[in-house]
Design a protein around this ligand. Structure first.
Ligand SMILES: [Cu+2]
Length: 148
């Protein structure tokens, strides 16, 4: 490769690198700001549903009620707003361990609960009708609160 051609390739390569950097800049900036602590807490909304799994094993019916999604992730200090629609199962009285949050999801209705995620850790969203495999669960979801 001649020296002139080498320089031409280098200039083209640097130009393309510059184009990619400029093109990606808005996305990088947005990503960089996403996880930063802010002075005021943000409200994070989550739509959830109650779902049901059915199966058979050795002639025996198996059922499990579940929250969907089964895990949500927020940051410490966030205001969390859960909107849970009752699709499967008549009702699901629940609490969130570690937080003083209780509610009841009834079939055909939307239940709203809000709380401030002030403690970091992983907390269970437990249905008290279906807490174990023996009671057609475990209907347990996980709320992960990342420390600031
Ligand atoms: Cu339940």
């Amino acid at each position: 490769m001649s020296t002139r051609r080498y320089w031409l390739y280098l200039v083209v390569l640097l130009f393309l690198a510059g184009v990619v950097t400029v093109w990606k800049a808005p996305f990088v900036a947005r990503d960089a700001s996403a996880g930063q602590p802010t002075a005021s807490s943000q409200e994070k909304k989550f739509y959830m549903v109650t779902g049901e799994f059915k199966g058979r094993y050795q002639g025996k019916k198996l059922e499990a009620y579940r929250w969907d999604p089964g895990m949500i992730v927020v940051h410490q200090g966030d205001r969390v707003h859960l909107m849970i629609r009752g699709v499967s199962g008549k009702e699901h009285p629940f609490s969130i361990e570690g937080y003083n949050v209780r509610g009841n999801v009834r079939q055909g209705h939307m239940t709203h609960v809000s709380f401030t995620a002030n403690k970091p850790g992983t907390f269970q969203l437990i249905c008290h009708t279906h807490p174990t495999a023996e009671t057609n669960g475990p209907m347990i979801g996980y709320i992960v609160v990342l420390p600031r």
